[in-house]
Design a protein around this ligand. Structure first.
Ligand code: PGA
Length: 252
């Protein structure tokens, strides 16, 4: 285990994270010839993705043509063009990612959990040099991607059953249909293999999970706590999400 604890920044508001996340992308593009960036989905990243779309459209991301991209998870049965799915969400916020998908430089998470599909996806990420920078959200229950509480830390890409809080939080995007019950997710070991992790959490509803992640035990009961074993992690919080942290206790 590496010892360097996560760098935690408490921002005035969620909007303040957007320029920092854009800077992460710019830095990534200077660090490697064709770096692989792992996007996260969810409301936490929508403003950033829209801003990235604007910056790319305006040509303000140098060397953007070299970028390779992927993401964390997909609902089972949701093909890239299906509304409600993660690739559809990413492409709606940042259409550039759909152009990358068409070009073959965006690697969608398989929407089936056949072992051969999962293995092929992992191998594709490895052939691309592995994820250099992984963006992450956190669930109210402490999940990381769709690694729900109890998921072993040594997991790779796998099919999973969504927790009830996860389905509840996804309800609005599928209404009037019921939210899906199953998904394919990047595993915790896969996430930890990325060179750098940048995790964002905004809003009061995330405060208990953020406190458990940074100050509770490092254990599968709070999958996100595993980021404390990584060594190159930036955590961006707004004041509400940080409101249950005890000062000075963020440790590796
Ligand atoms: P959210 O989801 O950004 O919609 O809050 C994050 C997550 O569940 O990991």
């Amino acid at each position: 285990m590496k010892s360097s604890p996560p760098e935690v920044r408490i921002l005035a508001n969620a909007a303040a994270a957007v320029p920092l996340l854009l800077d992460e992308v710019r830095t990534l593009l200077t660090s490697s010839k064709s770096p692989l960036l792992g996007f996260a989905t969810g409301g936490t990243f929508t403003a950033f993705l829209q801003a990235l779309g604007h910056e790319l459209g305006a040509g303000r991301i140098p060397a953007a043509g070299n970028l390779l991209a992927t993401h964390l998870d997909e609902y089972l049965g949701y093909a890239p063009d299906q509304k409600g799915g993660m690739v559809h969400e990413l492409g709606s916020a940042c259409p550039h990612l759909l152009a990358m998908l068409a070009k073959g430089t965006f690697f969608p998470v398989p929407h089936d959990d056949a072992p051969a599909s999962l293995r092929a996806h992992e191998q594709r990420l490895q052939r691309a040099g592995g994820v250099q920078l992984q963006f992450l959200g956190i669930g109210r229950n402490g999940h990381l991607a769709f690694n729900e509480p109890g998921t072993p830390f040594d997991s790779g890409f796998h099919g999973t059953t969504l927790a009830e809080t996860t389905r509840e939080d996804a309800r609005a995007r599928f209404r009037p249909a019921e939210p899906p019950t199953r998904a394919v997710t990047s595993g915790i070991a896969t996430i930890l293999a990325a060179k750098r992790l940048v995790l964002c959490a905004f809003g009061k509803a995330k405060a208990p999970a953020v406190a458990a992640m940074l100050q509770g035990p490092v254990a599968p009961t709070c999958p996100a706590s595993v980021v404390r074993t990584h060594g190159n992690v930036l955590v961006l919080l707004d004041r509400e999400a940080a409101s249950l942290l005890q000062s000075g206790l963020v440790g590796a």
